[in-house]
Design a binder for this molecule. Structure first.
Ligand code: UGA
Length: 459
């Protein structure tokens, strides 16, 4: 049985929606992306990506014959076989994930479904446990109101997303697994059809994304919607606590004189532990780990169940920033009035995203404590300028100019270009060459030979 192209509607053209939608179009489906933001639609229609993501504009061009964009849900939905909802679920004040956009999208979708047809409605947004049931309820209610309960079948399927920013397309084409939570077999079958080229790896890889050597076909994990929702949160919480664990150990390494990078390697080679996500540093940020761990805690509260490990992972994560400030304080005998340069503002390398970035938080803490803060980032300066408006901070296009006359540098995001900095030249520009390497990017010996007072994390 060959490939069956489907008509797909993608509600929401953010990171997940746009990356997944474009990939599905590249695989041969006919995809219509929907977004309320008219300027985004305009941009996308001209082949440009509103987000910075490796390979995305190239893929938009390669898939353009099968990829359409509109602000009208009705237009995209009516003819579709599969409708994916990938809208945002921002945090409420209590940490709970706000599902109002998901529910609004579901209502609008339901209002546009045509009689005599079957639809599969897929929730891709990260949503609290119980949301898929709620979406099914909302859809049925709207269909009832329209008097179409018997004429339209719309099954709701949970299909959580595991892609990383900066690696969104790679993760979409070469996932570790695909998770489908469905109550009806028809839902599973439709998603199997949708993802068949990925499940069987029958597509020609885009030229910039060759199939990785030794890549094994991804399993399709079929389960109930509630478990699928839980898988997403448990995955992100586990990754976050893995990082927090090594950060906790890093603090003790400093006290006893061990090197956490050696410890990471020494434990990570045990496949039960694994080497990835064991890099100690300033901690985790971004649009997912902070939000999803907070949402998990809120779920615990709702069900009157404590999650002390998740809570501790968050505490340790925020403590990491303060530990860097303490190191500066000690090395400089106080940070008030000191000129401190921060290298890297995005929450990780490879993106201009500064949401919940530990580095941005560090900048605010330092300003708050009276330091004169200078910042640099290869791509996130514009975003940072907007976010830090009104605060006294200096923006630099070049790390060497930033270092000129500064009293300490903090390496806060491990951009590869920082690895190639001429450390001796950089030290020569400083008033006092104090380097707090918040991501353990540099070799301590090399940095010391280049003239720095070097302070890493956990070594
Ligand atoms: C994360 C997950 O990795 C994805 O699987 C998931 O789909 C996504 O969230 C999501 O829920 O949408 P992402 O937020 O793009 O992806 O970023 P990661 O690459 O996971 O990094 C998260 C943070 O952890 C970064 O701030 C990074 O600097 C930090 N980190 C990562 C460490 O401090 N140490 C490590 O060893 C690894």
């Amino acid at each position: 049985d060959g490939f069956n192209p489907l008509k797909v509607a993608m509600i929401g053209t953010g990171y997940v929606g746009l990356a997944t939608g474009t990939a599905l179009a590249y695989l041969g489906h006919q995809v219509t992306g929907v977004d309320k933001d008219v300027s985004k639609i305009k941009l996308l229609r001209s082949g440009k990506s509103p987000i910075r993501e490796q390979g995305l504009e190239t893929l938009l061009a390669l898939a353009q014959d099968r990829l359409f964009f509109t602000h009208s849900t009705a237009e995209a939905v009516a003819e579709a076989h599969v409708i994916l909802i990938a809208v945002g679920t921002p945090s409420k004040a209590n940490g709970e994930a706000d599902t109002q956009f998901v529910e609004a999208a579901a209502r609008e979708v339901a209002a546009s479904l045509l009689p005599g047809r079957n639809y599969i409605l897929v929730v891709k947004s990260t949503v609290p446990v119980g949301t898929n049931r709620r979406v099914a309820y909302v859809v049925n209610r709207v269909l009832n109101e329209r008097g179409l309960a018997k004429e339209v079948t719309a099954y709701v399927v949970s299909n959580p997303e595991f892609l990383r920013e900066g690696m969104a397309l790679y993760d979409t084409f070469y996932p570790d697994r695909i998770v489908v939570g469905a109550r009806e077999a028809a839902g599973v079958e439709m998603l199997r059809r949708l993802y068949r080229p990925i499940l069987e790896q029958t597509f020609d890889p885009p030229p910039f994304l060759p199939r990785p050597e030794g890549y094994a076909l991804p399993p399709l994990i079929t389960t109930d919607p509630t478990s699928a929702e839980m898988i997403k949160y448990a995955a992100n919480a586990f990754l976050a606590l893995k990082i927090s664990f090594i950060n906790e150990i890093a603090g003790l390494c400093e006290k006893v004189g061990a090197d956490v990078t050696e410890v990471s390697r020494g434990i990570g080679l045990d496949p039960r532990i694994g080497l990835r996500f064991l890099a100690a540093g300033l901690g985790w940020g971004g649009s997912c780990f902070p939000k999803d761990t907070a949402a998990l805690l809120a779920m615990g509260q709702e069900y009157d169940y404590d999650l002390p490990i998740v809570a501790a992972a968050r505490e340790i994560n925020f403590r990491q920033r303060l530990r860097v400030v303490e190191k500066l304080q000690e090395a400089l005998k106080g940070v008030r009035g000191r000129v401190v340069g921060v290298l890297g503002l995005s929450f990780k390398p490879g993106t201009d995203d500064i949401r919940e970035s530990p580095s941005m938080d560090l900048v605010r803490i330092l300003i708050d404590r009276g330091a004169h803060v200078r910042v640099h980032d290869p791509v996130a300066l514009d975003n940072a300028r907007r976010a830090l408006e009104g605060l006294e901070v200096e923006f630099f296009q070049d790390p060497y100019t930033l270092a000129s006359g500064a009293e300490a540098l903090v390496l806060a995001t491990e951009w590869p270009e920082y690895r190639h900095l001429d450390l001796a030249r950089l030290a020569g520009m400083m008033r006092t060459p104090v380097l707090v390497d918040g991501r353990n990017l540099f070799d301590p010996e090399q940095a010391r030979r280049a003239g720095w007072t070097y302070l890493g994390v956990g070594r």
